[in-house]
Design a protein around this ligand. Structure first.
Ligand code: ZN
Length: 138
């Protein structure tokens, strides 16, 4: 990428790095927009995370493709909920009972604190968080 003194940008057509200096010295390079021969090379900007403030939150700006994807996730979640017993706050207890064969094997959903989630995972009990979708949040 090249740029003139007025910051018009355009692609160079040279193939070797040192061609640039030679062409510039020979005034072979000019800006296709304003004709300036004051041309410099622009460094390709590496993609870096910029300007993320400490207060930033995870946000999702949805376009149509994401809406479609979300609809599929929502459908899957609805199916999971429909096929699971909502045990509410008894979730950690029920998950343990099922894991240790003290209760019928079935899908359950419910609430667990982060500490309880950690304990369950430490015990080797397969649990997963259910995602909260944008429209679920009020
Ligand atoms: Zn220009």
């Amino acid at each position: 990428m090249l740029s003139c003194e007025k910051a018009h940008t355009f692609e160079g057509w040279f193939s070797k790095a040192d061609d640039f200096d030679q062409q510039k010295a020979d005034r072979l390079l000019d800006c296709p927009v304003c004709g300036s021969t004051e041309i410099s090379k622009m460094l390709m900007a590496p993609s870096v995370a910029t300007g993320r403030s400490k207060d930033s939150v995870h946000a999702l700006a949805v376009d149509q493709a994401q809406k479609d994807a979300l609809a599929k996730v929502r459908e899957a979640l609805t199916a999971i909920r429909a096929n699971s017993e909502d045990v509410g706050a008894r979730f950690p207890e029920e998950a343990r009972k099922i894991h240790y064969g003290e209760a019928d094997s079935r899908g359950i959903i419910g609430q667990a604190s982060p500490g309880e989630v950690k304990s369950l995972l430490d015990e080797g009990i397969a649990i997963a968080p259910l995602p909260v979708l944008p429209e679920d949040v009020n």
